[in-house]
Design a protein around this ligand. Structure first.
Ligand SMILES: [Zn+2]
Length: 492
């Protein structure tokens, strides 16, 4: 038995000015062929799980490509073509099964608003009957094309996503059972016109918890094989953005439909609970100032690169310094220009320079605003570390050349590349011990939870500036289906 296994992951924020070329999909672009196998085996990712599932049954494995890029603006057309060509070339050689680790919210410049559905349709065009399983992110915006052109869809059940491997395992094993003729999967999906905010999608609290739990409950019923409750990705101006659910049963269409409806009803009946309202930045910082102990997390969530933001806005740090906060570790800020200047100056040098604010954000009508700072070049590294936290465990991360810039009040980790603070390694790898700081200013929305929350005394969301904002009123939606809540009112 021969199985084609590939990864093509990107969450596209259509409002983001950050470009997404081929090179963004790995340290030197995506891993290709055997490099993909070597890089992704033994990682707690869906593709890592697919490889394990396939090896357990001694299948021949072909891995055309594995690429994961941070959320950012639409993917370059040429990069997408290359992904599709590599996967399709291997599929054309003949295979029995196809397992794809996808995100489910990829938009491609000049090609398609549905990167995954379009790829799957291309594959089906070549081999209409080869069974296909896909794993998707909880933030997938499900489309008709994805469902029509695959046999098994399983989404993450957690946000922060700590069940990537389990998701891949379930999808892969269901595909093997289908191949052995043990099951006849019937997939049903539906969506609701609800544009939920990612900050309201934490699966361990509130309405999102109930929604996720209803999907988990569904998996315990009769012939249900998999139930996925998707939060969707709201920073996507595409028709299919929003919440949806996919239920797979063993040959029971009605049960699949009923369960899908019941899961979505849990979300729709509490639609107001999925909308986020910011408190003013000044209030958040002055509250942080009154808190005892540390570290206190200052969560600069609108500039979170895992939502497609530029990770270089300085509004929150500016306000923190203005209100006199000290002993802050900040990071990471992406500013390759500043990294070059500081490395050129050399370790121990005192430098005055504009930090951050190098990127304009036309979709939200904001110009980049650097913050002029004076400080010492305290450390310089190659920015590499291995993730030891509970998500992406074992994956080698690269921040590009990295500098610690010490202004006295604050130690800022400045990097060449985008880097979500999803692991303490963003600080420890450059010699900062996060537990010793009074404040940690993190460009984080949700991933701080499994990593930084356990070491923190308090955490405060700070409404800085960025295209990852949860304030839906600043975005100009044009292509999304209407009506949709909260852009439109529903009276039912
Ligand atoms: Zn996600």
């Amino acid at each position: 038995m021969k199985i084609v296994i590939a990864q093509m992951e990107h969450e596209t924020n259509t409002f983001s000015p950050v470009e997404t070329p081929w090179e963004s999909f790995g340290p030197d672009g995506p891993y290709i062929g055997n490099h993909a196998y070597k890089a992704m085996k033994n990682t707690r990712t869906p593709i890592g799980a697919f490889i394990d599932v396939a090896e357990k049954v001694n299948a021949e494995i072909v891995t055309p490509v594995a690429g994961f890029a941070y959320p950012s603006g639409p993917v370059a057309g040429a990069a997408y073509d290359q992904f599709c060509d590599l996967i399709i070339d291997d599929v054309k050689q003949g295979c029995d099964l196809i397992m794809l680790d996808l995100h489910g919210a990829m938009v491609v410049n000049g090609r398609t608003l549905d990167g995954e559905g379009t790829l799957l349709a291309k594959i089906r065009g070549i081999t209409p009957t080869t069974p296909i399983a896909i794993s998707l992110d909880l933030h997938a915006n499900i489309t008709e094309a994805m469902v029509d052109n695959s046999n098994i869809i399983v989404g993450y059940k957690t946000y922060p996503h700590i069940d990537m491997y389990e998701t891949g395992t379930l999808a892969g094993e269901l595909l093997l059972r289908l191949h052995r003729g043990e099951i006849k999967p019937i997939m049903h999906w539906n969506n609701i016109p609800l544009l939920a905010q990612t900050l309201k999608m934490n699966t361990s609290e509130g309405a999102m918890k109930e929604y996720a739990e209803r999907a988990a409950l569904s998996e315990e019923k009769g012939s249900v094989l998999a139930s996925s409750a998707f939060g969707g990705f709201p920073m996507a101006d595409i028709p299919d953005a929003g919440m949806s659910a996919v239920v797979i049963t063993d040959n029971d269409k009605k049960l699949a439909q009923d369960e899908c409806t019941a899961i979505l009803e849990v979300a729709w009946s509490q639609k107001e609970s999925f909308i986020w309202f910011d408190e003013p930045l000044e209030d958040a910082i002055s509250q942080a100032k009154t808190l005892e102990g540390g570290p206190i997390l200052l969560l600069d969530h609108p500039d979170n690169c895992a939502t497609g933001a530029t990770q270089d806005t300085m509004t929150t740090l500016r306000e923190a310094l203005k209100q006199g906060l000290t002993d802050i570790a900040v990071g990471p800020i992406r500013d390759p220009e500043a990294v070059s200047v500081l490395i050129e100056a050399g370790l121990g040098s005192v430098v005055t320079l504009p930090v951050g604010g190098k990127t304009d954000m036309p979709a939200i009508n904001k110009k980049g605003e650097p913050l002029e700072l004076t400080g010492v070049v305290k450390n310089v590294t190659n920015g590499e570390y291995v993730i030891t936290g509970p998500q992406f465990t074992g994956v080698k991360a690269s921040m590009g050349r990295t500098v610690v810039f010490d202004t006295g009040d604050t130690e800022i980790v400045i990097t060449e590349k985008l880097q979500e603070p999803w692991d303490q390694g963003v600080f420890t790898s450059v010699g900062i011990e996060p537990t010793s700081k009074k404040y940690l200013l993190l460009k984080s929305r949700m991933y701080f939870r499994p990593v930084f929350l356990p070491i923190a005394k308090h955490s405060i969301y700070c409404a800085g500036v960025g295209v990852g904002s949860s304030d839906w009123t600043i975005f100009n939606y044009e292509k999304i289906r209407r009506p949709i809540y909260p852009l439109d009112n529903f009276t039912d």
